[in-house]
Write a protein that binds this ligand. Sequence first.
Ligand code: SF4
Length: 86
Amino acid sequence: MARSPASWKGDIGWHARALCVGEDPELFFPLAETAAGTAPARAVCRRCPVLLDCRDWAVRHGETDGVWGATTASQRRALRRAVLDR
Ligand code: SF4
């Protein structure tokens, strides 16, 4: 069963302010990682007050599935490569 990013119960203080709390988790784990498939989740993320914390966490922890911080998994892989290649 898919979890929304906000349902993650780790040591992340920003979780309490996540805008995806209460959203359908399936929204954040679309079957296809296309622009259209991820657009609804990214629209929520763009209004979220913890977008940068969420994105940073997902990149640093190598989160491989779903939309986190308005990014897709492939976008996060590219960000991670850019950071690690410095
Ligand atoms: S940026 Fe998106 S995925 Fe991250 S906490 Fe906010 S709404 Fe949830």
